[in-house]
Design a protein. Structure first.
Length: 429
């Protein structure tokens, strides 16, 4: 990637092409627990916009521009009362739709005409799986997607967020990259497939099959209507078996992973929402189909966090890397919690923050094992900038073809030929 391409995929502020793409999708912006009933308004920054999230006295959720339309004061210090949020500078009152209900400093609270002429920027919100989602794009909000992990009964779902001090794309690509699982997340104590707990060989060591985990991996990727499906196959097991790992990239900033409840029971999702171009929230969702989840247990299985969702193990303390653990049981020496388990989140945090605030992708050396990352970038490029990607060429034909020409070759010729009024260059005379 050159500098221009990298900027196109990583900049998400107002008016940027990728930012405009993201604003066409509902995005998670906060956890419901951050705005309890009767609680204070919450200042949040999303897609480089400063906003305030609040719950009005009737329990409706509003997301407004942080700065008051009157003279710019910070609304997150405001009073929640009288059907909305009131600025504490001169008392203007806003409802969740950004309408000015009252200007108490003006005669009669401001004329209806005057109040109607001013509208605080406001984005529609909805709540799913303990999370507030907002639509920050133009026009009517699109239908909310009926993802299972967001529409499951509330006690079957779990949601959390974690601050990442780096661009969203790094963590998004980290999820799409299935090659790293074998290395970054290796611990001796994970139950290796075909191996006993506690005996899992290092990714570069040979196993029963005579192959190492790392040396026996194959990757595949295919386009889907929502983005990409990625496959990883590992053949270091007994004969006639292989370990299959499937994940999804859902445009523009969301990926799935097997999660805590494997197989048919459920899966997890990481949704990387830019705060600005050098910070993002990783919202993680889990859901379970067969029974309610133990939310406390999942929360405790993660390494500690501050009340504002920053990892206690972070770059300030060098992710508490422990070289003794590295020698004995873990590939990285990073992420062992006080409960004695390893936490993948911290390992991913190290990997993605370590690439820099915005990774310099001009110096990469991409390999076949990175094919899913490359494919995801292409899908994202197309979604951002290629109107052609929205032009459908439905090749349909009834024609006699010489034996020397393959039918797929003929279809491809016609695919590019969409001039009107004259016979296309590839027309069969
Ligand atoms: S700045 Fe908010 S009411 Fe004046
Ligand atoms: Fe990871």
């Amino acid at each position: 990637m050159n500098v221009e391409e990298s900027e196109l995929l990583t900049r998400t502020g107002p008016g940027t092409p990728c930012g405009e793409l993201m604003r066409r999708y509902w995005q998670p912006v906060a956890l419901v627990e951050e705005i309890p009933p009767g609680g204070a308004p919450l200042p949040i920054r999303i897609l480089s916009e400063d906003l305030v999230l609040f719950r009005d006295p009737e329990d409706r959720i509003g997301l407004l521009d942080l700065h008051c339309a009157h003279r710019g004061a910070d609304l997150s210090y405001g009073r929640v009362e009288d059907g909305g949020l009131r600025c504490i500078y001169h008392g203007w009152l806003y409802d969740v739709q950004g309408r000015v209900l009252d200007m108490p400093g003006e005669p009669g609270g401001g004329t209806p005409e005057c109040r109607a002429g001013i509208r605080q920027k406001a984005y529609p919100c909805t709540v799913r799986n303990g999370t507030v989602f907002a639509y920050m794009g133009p026009g009517e909000a699109p239908c909310f997607p009926s993802y299972e992990f967001l529409s499951a009964p509330v006690d079957h779902g779990f949601a959390i967020k974690l601050l990442h001090e780096c661009n969203y794309l790094q963590a998004n690509e980290g999820n799409i990259d299935l090659s790293h699982l074998t290395f970054l997340h290796y611990t001796r104590f994970n139950r290796g497939i075909g191996g006993e707990v506690g005996s899992r060989p290092l990714p570069t060591q040979k196993t029963v099959s005579g192959r190492s985990a790392a040396g026996s991996e194959e990757f595949d990727v295919e386009l889907t209507g929502h983005g990409l499906r990625s496959y990883k196959l590992r053949r270091d097991l007994e004969e006639q078996q292989y370990h299959l790992y499937i994940t999804q990239f859902v445009l523009p900033n969301c990926t799935t992973f097997p999660g805590t409840f494997r197989g048919w029971r459920g899966y997890g999702v990481n949704w990387h929402v830019p705060i600005d171009d050098t910070h993002h929230w990783k919202f993680t969702f889990e859901f379970r189909r067969d029974e309610p989840v133990d939310k406390e247990k999942i929360r405790n299985s993660r390494a500690g966090m501050t009340p504002d969702y920053r990892a206690l193990i972070n770059k300030e303390n060098r992710y508490r890397q422990n070289r003794e653990l590295m020698a004995r049981e873990s590939y990285t020496g990073i992420g062992k919690t006080t409960a004695g388990r390893y936490n993948f989140q911290v390992q991913d945090l190290w990997a993605t923050e370590g690439q820099g605030p915005v990774q310099d992708r001009t110096g990469e050396h991409l390999m076949p094992s990175d094919r899913a990352v490359v494919a995801a970038r292409k899908v994202l490029f197309n979604a951002i900038r290629d109107p052609e990607a929205n032009r459908f060429r439905l090749v349909t034909l009834n024609e006699v073809i010489p034996d020397s020409k393959h039918w797929r070759e003929r279809a491809r010729e016609l695919e590019g030929d969409v001039t009107f009024g004259a016979a296309p260059s590839s027309a069969n005379p």
